[in-house]
Structure formats: C-alpha cells, structure tokens
Write a protein that binds this ligand. Sequence first.
Ligand code: HEC
Length: 161
Amino acid sequence: MKEQNHGKLKRDFQGLYRKLIVASVVVAIGGIALIYFNVDPNLSAFKGDEPDTEIVDMPVEVDFDKIENGIHLRTGFIDAPGMTETIQNCTNCHSSKLVIQNRMNAERWKSTIKWMQETQNLWELGENETVIINYLVTNYPPKKVGRRAALTDVEWYQLKE
Ligand code: HEC
C-alpha cells in the first residue's frame, strides 16, 4: 500500500518536472526569439541570399555624373557650359585635378593644349577647343597673385654671433 502510494507520488512528480522543463524551454526559445527580433527586426538572416535590391537597382549612370552644389562629383569640375566637352577631352590621360589646379589665361591654355597635341598625342579638338578654353578661363581664371600682405606684430630678435 505504502509502496503504491510512493510510486504514484513519484509519477506525479515526474509529470510535473517534465511540464516544468517544457515550460522553461518554451520561455527560453521565446526569449531568444524576442531578443533576436529586436536586434534584427527584418529577420534578414533567414531570408537567404537574395541580392540587396537597394544597391542593385540604383541607376549607375545617374550617380556617375552626379552634380552637387554646382560641382560634378566624379571630376570636381564646376558645372557650367563647356564642362561636358572638357570632361570628354581632358580627363582621358590625366586626372581632372591636373586641369583644375592650373589656372591660366586663354593664351596659355591654347599653348598648353598645343603642347599636349605636339608631344602627348592629344587629338585635334576642332570646335571644342574654343568651348573648352572658354570654360576653363571662365571657371578657372588665373588667380591674382599680388604681394603678400605686410607683416604686422612681428617680434624681431637679434642674431647672436
Ligand atoms: C592624349 C592625352 C592627353 C589629353 C587628352 C589631355 N592631356 Fe593634358 N597632359 C597630358 C600629359 C601626358 C601631360 C603631362 C602630365 C605630367 O606632366 O604628369 C599633360 C599635362 C597637362 C597639364 C599640366 C601642364 C603643365 O604645364 O604642367 C594641363 C594643365 C593639362 N594637361 C590640361 C589638359 C586639358 C585642358 C586637356 C583637354 C583639352 C588635356 N590636358 C587633355 C596628356 C593629355
């Protein structure tokens, strides 16, 4: 009689124990899922190897010739009439920066172009030559380099022997 009772108690306890384990496993899985969902709300790790459409769909050509604040981003040229001709003819052999950093008047641009034609295989520019020179002189005129400003507040010191 006592033995039977004991056996029943043991079974009851085992049943309860099993339910407890199942309950804590469910809670644990739920908790992990909840934390994961917080970290990655799109559940992107489960979506396989789909390409990132945001990047793939971007029209490359549009971005390539993007102009921002009047500057052609790829080359750094100022967006103004003649820019396209300049990009097409003057960025093939060297960086646009070489063009931008050289500020010359029309005459010196003409002779620089002539020099490139004679020594660097630059092609005949035809009507574009005037367009390009106008663009360069208008947007990158020679900087007026005067004398530097007079020094003020200078502490002079005596040279010692
Ligand atoms: C066929 C190739 C080619 C093309 C196209 C070309 N250049 Fe050049 N250019 C050169 C070479 C080569 C140099 C010398 C680069 C160096 O010294 O590193 C040069 C140098 C220059 C320099 C520097 C000159 C100096 O005295 O330092 C300027 C400015 C310049 N190019 C402007 C232009 C402009 C403006 C155009 C468009 C009309 C143009 N280039 C197109 C080949 C080219």
